[in-house]
Design a protein around this ligand. Structure first.
Ligand SMILES: *Cc1c(COP(=O)(O)O)cnc(C)c1O
Length: 482
């Protein structure tokens, strides 16, 4: 197996990876994953690990789930791939109906692609083209409204929406124009700092420009006047007519560090868009399929977007597939004779791959039964408690954020003022490397440890995970790099 690593280092270029460090074994030595079962992955040397990232936020019911395995195998006996351009097939048809039935109200049509970035890319073009050819009053709206600290994928369109400097700033000259407004991160709010940014529990809902914050709400500790929503309102007032759509990761900004929005923000954001006549694109690539404890995060606040982007968990983490759902109104604006050229000229070779659609149908059938979402809430509550009661007390643990089974623990040099380590210290990364010895795989985001366990994780596994994190943190030589 040493041989495999040598070949990897000779031929492969890994995503989001400094290859110079990878090749030199700086900080980490490559693990060759050989197999998986349930929440566990096994490497080529036979060591097993808890899959704490759900194989990059995608896995839902665990690896080698008999129901999904069977669905893929049975489709494989029919056909592995046949195009969706001008032809159709059963798994693609049935999955579309299933997605429309489950999705927030009003979403009526399913456009397939194969990853989160392409789901967003399709949504952008759809929104833009819709305005150009909508009946009555066609409009040219070349801009999009986005949030700072947002992440929507790595293709140029989705990078244009992105607000993470480290990933996106370098490409600025290539990108189209967007208006961005502040990220609703209460603990870093320049107007009023809430003391913590932990997940809002119990959720309280109130309206922008209506009710005052109530006790138990992170906003109640401050003099918050929804300055973040105020920015959305002024941006829409100023440029609304040039903006095709506002794009948001509902409830949690994922790659931005698992930033949980205060309750009421999403609802307020959606209402402002609706009033301004700007389409709302919900990017639920990370939050969809139960991750936050609801099937879709929009459901926490009863928000019905005009366009919904789904990927990551859609196949249970088995195969690349994505879907962009649109309302009937948007869909209808694309209808006409061929020579009207209102067609959505967009699509990919592997759009609606039948094997992936079969996996997605099996994934959804599992999500619908066995109290699976109630179990997610139980595991999430166990994780919340374990982090609050055990990990939070560690002197290097900073802010802890969580929504359902998405959580982050900031690793800080000093808790007072949440002073971060210098970037070269790679503090969270070092904790992750020690965690491998504890039998856990995690991947950090900057200085945050990200916990994204499969949705079938048990409360006992969540408590064990917190214990393993503490043991790993005890073994990091903090003084060596502060
Ligand atoms: C991961 C992610 C994407 C991009 O998905 P890929 O499949 O990696 O292209 C887009 N949006 C959000 C919110 C994501 O978390």
């Amino acid at each position: 197996m040493e041989n495999l690593v040598r070949i990897d280092k000779r031929y492969v270029w890994h995503p989001f990876t400094q290859q110079e460090e990878w090749v030199k074994n700086f900080c980490e030595s490559p693990l060759v994953i050989a197999k998986g079962r349930g929440r566990t992955l096994t490497d080529s040397r036979g060591r097993t690990y808890f899959d704490g990232t759900s194989s990059l936020w995608a896995n839902v019911h665990g690896h080698r789930h008999p129901v999904i395995d069977r669905a893929v195998r049975s489709q494989l006996r029919k056909v592995a791939h046949s195009t969706f351009l001008g032809l159709t097939h059963e798994p693609g048809i049935l999955l579309a109906r299933e997605l429309v039935r489950l999705a927030p109200k009003g979403l009526a049509r399913v456009f397939y692609s194969d990853n989160g970035s392409t789901a967003v890319e399709a949504a952008l073009k759809m929104a833009f083209q819709h305005h150009r050819q909508k009946p009555g009053k066609p409009e040219l709206r070349p801009e999009f409204l986005t949030l700072e600290n947002s992440y929507h994928g790595d293709t140029i369109g989705s990078v244009s929406l992105g607000g993470i400097g480290l990933f996106h700033a370098k490409f600025r000259p290539l990108l189209f124009k967007t208006r961005s407004v502040m990220s609703p991160r209460c603990s870093a709010c320049p107007y009023n700092r809430a003391r913590t940014g932990t997940s809002p529990a119990p959720p309280v809902f109130y309206r922008y420009r209506g009710e005052r914050p109530r006790p138990g709400d992170v906003r109640a500790e401050t003099k918050c006047r929804w300055e973040c929503l105020g920015q959305v309102e002024s941006a829409l007032k100023k440029s609304g007519r040039r903006i095709s759509a506002a794009v948001i990761e509902p409830v949690v900004q994922g790659a931005g560090g698992i930033v949980v929005m205060p309750p009421g923000y999403l609802r307020g954001f959606a209402d402002l868009c609706r009033r301004a006549g700007v389409l709302l694109i919900a990017d639920e690539v990370a939050t969809g399929f139960g991750r936050t404890g609801r099937l879709f995060a929009c459901g926490h606040e009863g928000v019905a977007p005009d366009i919904l982007c789904l990927a990551k968990g859609i196949t249970g983490g088995y195969l690349p597939l994505a879907a962009t759902l649109a309302t009937e109104k948007i869909y209808r604006s694309f209808l006409g004779r061929h020579e009207d050229f209102r067609t959505f000229f967009h699509g990919h070779t592997y759009t609606a791959n039948p094997l992936a659609c079969a996996a997605a149908l099996a994934n959804i059938s599992l999500l619908k039964k066995n109290r699976s979402l109630a179990k997610v809430k139980d595991a999430a509550e166990a994780l919340r408690r374990a982090l609050a009661e055990r990990v939070a007390a560690h002197p290097r643990a900073g802010e802890i954020r969580q929504a359902g089974l998405m959580a982050a623990v900031d690793i800080v040099e000093a808790r007072a003022g949440s002073r971060p380590f210098p970037p070269g210290a790679r503090a969270a990364k070092r904790v992750c490397m020690k965690l491998r010895d504890e039998g856990v795989l995690l991947r950090p985001l900057g200085d945050a440890l990200v916990l994204m366990p499969p949705l079938t994780s048990t409360p006992a596994e969540m408590r064990a995970l917190a214990g393993r994190i503490l043991r790993a943190m005890a073994r990091v030589r903090w003084n060596a790099f502060s």
